[in-house]
Every structure is written in structure tokens, then in C-alpha cells.
Design a protein around this ligand. Structure first.
Ligand SMILES: [Zn+2]
Length: 256
């Protein structure tokens, strides 16, 4: 693992929490890590992450893990909204969706695994608290995307992988798509206050913007736990496997 330090000015104190208790994984959506590095350190861009991992395994550390970096944006997980204050943000250099879903090469994954082991040793963070940006901002984000190997990470004890996510044929379309919502909420996704059955939740009176409807939850779930799912159909109707995966996630790794 090659470690490099380059300070980003884009950070502040954590708010309301003294220590991070989760990790959020991103991809850079840029063609080279140097371009991402420049952006993450540019005061005008107002974005950052604690670490950037290049395809060849180089790791740049940009913000101290004691500080709040600016990577999650408007976000939610398990009842919390200020995910930047609770998390360590890791950017993985990757050209992203617009550039054909490139895989994450082995040197990059080995470097990420080493980095996560160090983070787990430094802070009290459980494997189920390693999250995707798409988990905490499903309306806006799809990173790190369907090519990221969550199953491999779980095999190393650095994330989770439900048994229901093992490929085994497709399930029947649910007659009641709202059946997924209680389980999605218990795992951590934002579902809004209406656990009703129409698939759309009402605007949030608290001023946080419209809450996450069922298609966005399905997209986030399938990006992470059904990587074979056709990209053009990520928001297609909920099926029995979506429900089985969410039920297992909710019972084994509830947020609250
Ligand atoms: Zn991201």
C-alpha cells in the first residue's frame, strides 16, 4: 500500500458526534485520480473525502479522520441526516457510469481492504456500517455502482452480504410493492412517513425535500445487492427477491 498525504482545505469539525461510526464509499466519476485529487482539494469545489484510492493502489489521505469531510451531501441513514459528521468518506478512482462501468482493479481493492482494516482498528465501526453513497442518497447518487464487489468485501469481514442475495433465479413481482418499506426503513433507507401502498411518499413537511419513494430504494438496493440486475431496469417493480433481501438485512443488521 503506497500512502501519500495531500491536505484538502475542505473540512470542518464534526457536529454532535466526537467520532465517526460509519464509512461511506464513493467513486470519483472521473477519468484519472489526479483530476479527482485536484477537485477534492480545490476550495472552490467545496467537496472532499478523507481518503482517495487510485486504481493502482496508491492512497492519498486528504482530511484527518477526526474532522468532518464534505462527501455525502444531503443524506440519510437509520434516522440520521448529517452523514458527513458520522462518517469517513473514501473516494475510489473510477470513471463511473458515464464512462462504461469500469471494474475496480485488484490493487485498488487490496488497498481499500487494508485501509478499512486500519479504520476498523482506529474507530468503533461495524461491517454493516460500511455504506454506499447510493444507500444514503438514493435519489441523487448511484456510486460506487454495480461493478463494486461488496460480496468480496464481506468475505473479508469488511462489509455485509445477505444469503438471500446469492443468485438463484428471479422472484415473482410483488402485488404490494409497499411491503418492502418497513424492512427498508429498519435496515436504514429513508422511506418517509407514509408507509402507504401507492409507491410514492408525500413531500416532507420538515423541509428536507421529497422523501425517498420505492423506485429509488429498489435502485439503491439492486446496485449493491443484485449486481447482475440489468442497469436499464433498476427501478422496475419490486419482486420477491428484493423483499427477501430486505427482510434479511432488516433482521440481521437493523439500523435502530
Ligand atoms: Zn459519491
Amino acid at each position: 500500500m503506497i500512502r501519500l498525504a495531500q491536505a484538502s482545505p475542505n473540512h470542518g469539525p464534526r457536529r454532535g458526534v466526537s467520532a465517526p461510526d460509519c464509512v461511506i464509499l464513493h467513486y470519483t466519476d472521473m477519468l484519472c485520480p489526479e483530476g479527482a485529487l485536484a477537485r477534492l482539494c480545490d476550495p472552490a469545489a467545496e467537496v472532499s473525502a478523507h481518503h482517495l484510492v487510485a486504481e493502482d493502489g496508491r492512497i492519498w489521505s486528504l482530511v484527518s479522520e477526526t474532522e468532518r469531510a464534505w462527501h455525502a451531501g444531503l443524506s440519510f441513514w437509520g434516522g440520521e441526516r448529517d452523514m458527513n459528521s458520522r462518517s469517513i468518506g473514501i473516494e475510489l478512482a473510477n470513471p463511473g457510469h458515464g464512462n462504461g462501468h469500469a471494474p475496480f482493479p485488484a490493487p485498488q481493492m487490496r488497498a481499500l481492504e487494508g485501509l478499512l482494516r486500519e479504520i476498523f482498528a482506529r474507530w468503533s465501526i461495524a461491517p454493516e456500517r460500511v455504506l454506499a453513497h447510493s444507500d444514503v442518497a438514493p435519489r441523487r447518487k448511484q456510486d460506487p455502482g454495480p461493478r463494486f464487489d461488496w460480496r468480496g468485501l464481506a468475505r473479508h469481514g469488511l462489509s455485509i452480504w445477505p444469503e438471500a442475495a446469492e443468485p438463484r433465479g428471479e422472484g415473482e413481482i410483488l402485488s404490494d410493492p409497499g411491503a418492502i418499506l418497513p424492512f427498508a426503513a429498519r435496515f436504514g433507507y429513508e422511506v418517509g412517513e407514509d408507509l402507504g401502498r401507492n409507491g410514492r411518499t408525500p413531500p416532507d413537511p420538515g423541509g428536507h425535500g421529497p422523501q425517498t419513494p420505492i423506485p429509488e430504494i429498489l435502485r439503491a438496493l439492486r446496485l449493491r445487492f443484485r449486481p447482475q440486475f440489468p442497469c436499464e431496469a433498476l427501478e422496475s417493480p419490486a419482486d420477491a427477491r428484493d423483499l427477501a433481501i430486505l427482510q434479511e438485512l432488516a433482521f440481521r443488521w437493523p439500523s435502530a
